[in-house]
Design a protein around this ligand. Structure first.
Ligand code: AMP
Ligand code: MG
Length: 268
């Protein structure tokens, strides 16, 4: 089984080849807790730089099946980042106004400006996932969206946005466990909806739709990261590391002072 975390560009991707249980040689959460803390501190530091330099933007795209860990990733990997510099945008069923526009409109409006990080909890990929699985628009419409998405992402990248796309890969068994957990814990009941069970019946169709996305929208400028996500702590480690690497690549620097401050004296 392949454990590659970045989807290969030149090979057809089959999700069955990726093990959702993969733990990168670690055994348990305790093995990575220290590492994860360091990674989070580094993200905090790099976000401060991104904000002050005001030159680049970072877009994180999170996609997964229900209970795949999108909310948990945001909380545990990005939760400590200065809220001034980071927005989270959750995309639900489009409103009447959103539906009256082209499908990318609402996402483009929410994309990060320079200096900012934006996290998409679900994204324009829903328009070729749930929309495809349930035929919410005809194939002649959703079929053209893969190219629209590639063009949109290219435009954002050329405008100074780094795009990190994560598919949180869980197994059908793991989803069952997580739903059971939501049913068994009063403090998690709010997370459960009957719709989750209905969607679970379409598991295979979703896997097919995800596979198409991972093959058609896997570009050099915005590749997919297939994250083994049955173990939450390994998922957080992988995503955290990927964010750090991407931000470090930007080689950011704090802006130069407007002038030489050495002659400034602050009076009592
Ligand atoms: P949740 O993220 O669990 O709060 O649920 C959001 C719901 O909105 C999910 O059931 C998604 O399938 C649905 N959704 C998100 N984007 C779209 C879209 N573009 N078209 C239709 N349904 C969507
Ligand atoms: Mg949900």
């Amino acid at each position: 089984m392949s454990q590659s975390l970045i989807a290969p560009i030149d090979k057809e991707i089959k999700l069955a080849d990726f093990d959702p249980n993969y733990k990168g040689g670690y055994k348990r959460k305790r093995d990575v807790e220290g590492k994860l803390r360091k990674i989070i501190n580094k993200i905090i530091e790099l976000q401060e730089l991104l904000y002050s330099e005001n030159n680049n933007a970072l877009l994180l795209v999170l996609q997964a099946m229900d209970a795949g860990g999108k909310d948990g990733t945001i909380k545990h990997v990005m939760g400590a980042v200065n809220p001034q510099g980071c927005d989270v945008k959750n995309f639900k069923v489009p409103s009447a106004e959103e539906t009256a526009h082209d499908f990318l409109w609402r996402y483009h409006m929410a994309a990060p400006r320079k200096g900012k990080i934006v996290i998409f909890n679900r994204s324009y990929y829903e328009d070729v996932l749930v929309v495809r699985v349930h035929n919410l628009v005809p194939k002649s419409v959703w079929g053209k969206r893969y190219q629209h998405i590639n063009d949109f992402e290219q435009m954002l990248v050329e405008n100074g946005t780094t795009i990190l796309k994560f598919y949180l890969h869980i197994s059908k068994d793991e989803q069952k466990k997580r739903f059971e957990d939501r049913l068994n814990r009063a403090d998690k009941h709010w997370k459960f909806s009957d719709a989750d069970l209905r969607e679970r019946e379409y598991w295979d169709q979703y896997m097919e739709a995800f596979e198409t996305v991972l093959n058609k929208c896997n570009t050099k400028i915005a590749p997919w990261h297939i994250v083994p996500a049955n173990n939450k702590w390994y998922r957080d480690l992988v995503i955290g590391k990927t964010v750090v690497t991407a931000l470090e690549k930007l080689k950011m620097k704090y802006p130069e002072p407007e002038r030489d401050f050495s002659d400034i004296e602050i009076k009592d």
